[in-house]
Design a binder for this molecule. Structure first.
Ligand SMILES: *[C@@H]1O[C@H](CO)[C@@H](O)[C@H](O)[C@H]1NC(C)=O
Ligand SMILES: *[C@@H]1O[C@H](CO)[C@@H](O)[C@H](O)[C@H]1NC(C)=O
Length: 618
């Protein structure tokens, strides 16, 4: 692939530049910057190892106190419990180019030093256990997109939780407990947020459903909050799918009324023209568009032009407007249109790395999941249509076929059936956690593998046919039959978002930016390991400490003959199956081999899983 080449070259040139520059220039200026920082701190007795003339990371008695160093470069400052206060010289911190962690936990600071939010490369920021007070501006964290962990707990912060915190897409942990934050909890966007504590504040209103995976312990001590987790019923308000999107509800409301008038007008016009229209055979446009009532196109068109700051509201001919229609790719569940979706009530299911999803209850009784994808601009309208129609033709008991899509320049909607049981993720880690017994698990693993094999046969020319196989993309149908969803996105996604696909966790993708069917097998392997060990692999939150590296852990256990210790013995019905469990764990280990050549092929994996199943039933 040409892209792979360019990528590789870029990485290579980048790493050579770094290798040349780092040791020569950085450490000397690190020392100057740190001494400048020390000067700005009061009561800095704890920092008396910070003296001119010694190297910060490799002084005679080791690194200076409170420094985290990597390869001779200061990458972190952990100035905790030192009785410090004063106004931090932020310019000094800016001059530490390797700085990614900054903690002043448990000191006596009283105000946030101006400009801390200029440190755009910080990954960890901890201001916990000081005397900070006052409100934080809502856009304060807007330029700190690298932040993974933010700790503000045990201070006296007031005002609302800054909404810019909720918009950090890399956020893994947020701890703001024991402050005086008030107002509602904003809707968090980060798909990898896995640690949250907002306890003991003055928060109120409904806990956003994107935070539904967190328990009551994350929210305790906020008398005004309501939500399922904390057992407090919220007064219910039906949600419209387009509600918590950029357009204020009030405007939408007004526009809807105006639109109704326009729609009626056009409906009358259409009736008048109908005869004439059907005389002329449509040429070049898809017939979906011609069949569609123009009302819908008007609706969407208008909304579109409103978003692009009030351009003209003119309606082009129905053929042209086809881009704004809902295109059915699979009518197994009946035919519906965009209006059916927009009229229905919707509830937010959650935010994933590729976009947010909603459950929509349509008037005809069908419940569907609508996914809004903003990063799918790799293909133009026609190529996109062809690609998704291919997906719509798939028929396999373990593959969930999409029903419809909606194409607009700035976003795409994908619609598939809603399955009430939810995803495998809910069943392994959610409320019902662990209710799947051993035989069911084997059956599920086999079903996933067979669905994958089917996709591999159908899309054998694609780099990575599924590309996004993970627990949350395996849905459970009746009888716990697994159904793969969210596959086939690789050709659709913007280049710079490809790595959000789970298959990009495969070692060959990380190291060489190459992918193949074997990358899907790697993802299958991770699922197997998760289902047997109950561990949450670090691949989900690759920040180094968001979980153990299960792949590594299983591989070394096998090499030392300790694999039986890794099995989750709480799995129901596994008492007499330890032998088979070990065998399946072995399949998982073979699927997650670092080198794709050594990794199992999907057919071989299926054969091995079937053997286990037969062995266990007998
Ligand atoms: C805070 O720092 C003090 C020393 O200044 C230490 O004794 C105390 O244990 C620390 N508290 C926490 C909670 O870390
Ligand atoms: C959140 O913080 C409170 C107060 O320190 C603590 O009691 C609670 O256990 C924490 N919750 C979680 C989920 O860690």
């Amino acid at each position: 692939m040409a892209v792979t080449g360019i990528f590789k070259q870029f990485l290579l040139s980048l790493s050579t530049t770094l290798v040349v520059l780092l040791p020569l220039t950085f450490s000397a200026s690190d020392s100057v910057a740190l001494l400048k920082l020390k000067k700005s701190l009061k009561n800095a007795g704890a920092l008396d190892s910070w003296v001119p003339g010694s190297a910060p990371c490799s002084g005679p008695r080791g690194p200076w106190r409170g420094l985290i160093c990597q390869g001779g470069v200061v990458t972190g400052l952990s100035l905790e419990g030192m009785g410090l206060w004063g106004t931090i010289d932020v310019q000094a911190l800016v001059e530490l180019p390797g700085l990614s962690t900054f903690s002043v936990e448990n000191n006596s600071f009283t105000h946030i030093s101006p400009g801390i939010n200029r440190l755009g490369a910080l990954k960890v920021l901890s201001l916990s256990r000081n005397q900070f007070s006052g409100a934080i501006p809502s856009d304060y964290f807007a330029k700190m997109g690298s932040l993974k962990k933010v700790r503000l707990s045990y201070n006296k912060f007031t005002g609302e939780i800054p909404v810019s915190l909720a918009h950090l897409s890399n956020l893994v942990g947020l701890h703001i407990q024991n402050n005086q934050f008030s107002g509602r909890i904003p809707v968090f966007n980060s798909p990898i947020l896995n640690s949250l504590n907002v306890s003991n504040n003055r928060l109120e209103g409904e806990i956003p459903s994107s935070l539904s995976k967190f328990s009551a312990y994350s929210f305790a001590g906020n008398p005004g909050l309501c939500g399922e987790q904390i057992g407090v019923h919220c007064p219910s308000t039906p949600n419209n799918i387009y509600k918590n999107i950029t357009i204020p509800t009030m405007i939408t409301f007004g526009v809807v009324i105006i639109l109704l008038v326009i729609i009626i007008f056009f409906a009358i016009q259409l009736r008048k023209k109908k005869q004439k229209f059907s005389d002329v055979q449509p040429s070049g446009t898809s017939n979906d568009a011609v069949k569609a009532p123009p009302a819908v196109s008007v609706l969407v068109k208008t909304e579109e032009s409103m978003k692009s700051a009030g351009s003209d509201l003119t309606v082009s001919n129905p053929g042209k407007a086809s881009v704004a229609e809902l295109v059915m790719v699979n009518d197994a569940k009946g035919v519906f249109g965009l209006t059916d979706l927009m009229k229905a009530s919707a509830e937010v299911l959650g935010n994933g790395p590729l976009g947010s999803s909603y459950m929509v209850r349509m008037a005809n009784g069908l419940n569907v999941v609508v996914k809004r994808m903003r990063q799918m601009n790799a293909l133009g309208c026609d190529a996109f249509d062809a690609e998704v129609k291919k997906l719509g033709k798939l028929r396999h008991p373990n593959v969930l076929t999409p029903l419809a899509y909606h194409y607009r320049k700035e976003e795409k909607l994908f619609v598939h059936e809603h399955l009430p049981k939810g995803s495998l993720l809910n069943h392994l880690r959610g409320e019902g956690g662990g209710e799947l017994d051993w035989l069911t698990r084997v059956k599920i693993v086999l079903g996933i593998a067979e669905g994958l094999e089917f996709l591999h046969n159908e899309f054998d020319s694609q780099d990575v046919p599924h590309g996004n196989l993970k627990l949350s993309n395996v849905l459970l149908g009746p009888d716990n039959r697994p159904l793969l969803s969210d596959y086939g996105f690789h050709p659709l996604l913007n280049m710079d978002c490809l790595e959000r696909l789970f298959a990009y966790n495969a070692p060959e993708a990380i190291q060489k930016q190459t992918m193949s069917c074997k990358s899907d097998v790697y993802c299958l392997g991770i699922i197997i390991l998760e289902m047997l060990t109950g561990e949450h692999p670090s691949q989900y939150a690759n920040d180094g400490n968001g979980g153990s590296d299960t792949v590594q852990w299983v591989a070394s256990a096998f090499s030392e003959g300790r694999q039986a210790e890794l099995l989750d013995t709480k799995i129901k019905g596994c008492m007499n199956s330890v032998g088979s469990m070990e065998k399946l764990l072995h399949v998982g280990a073979l699927c997650t081999k670092t080198s794709p050549e050594q990794r199992l092929g999907i057919k071989e994996a299926i054969r091995m899983i079937k053997e286990i199943q037969v062995g266990d039933v007998e």
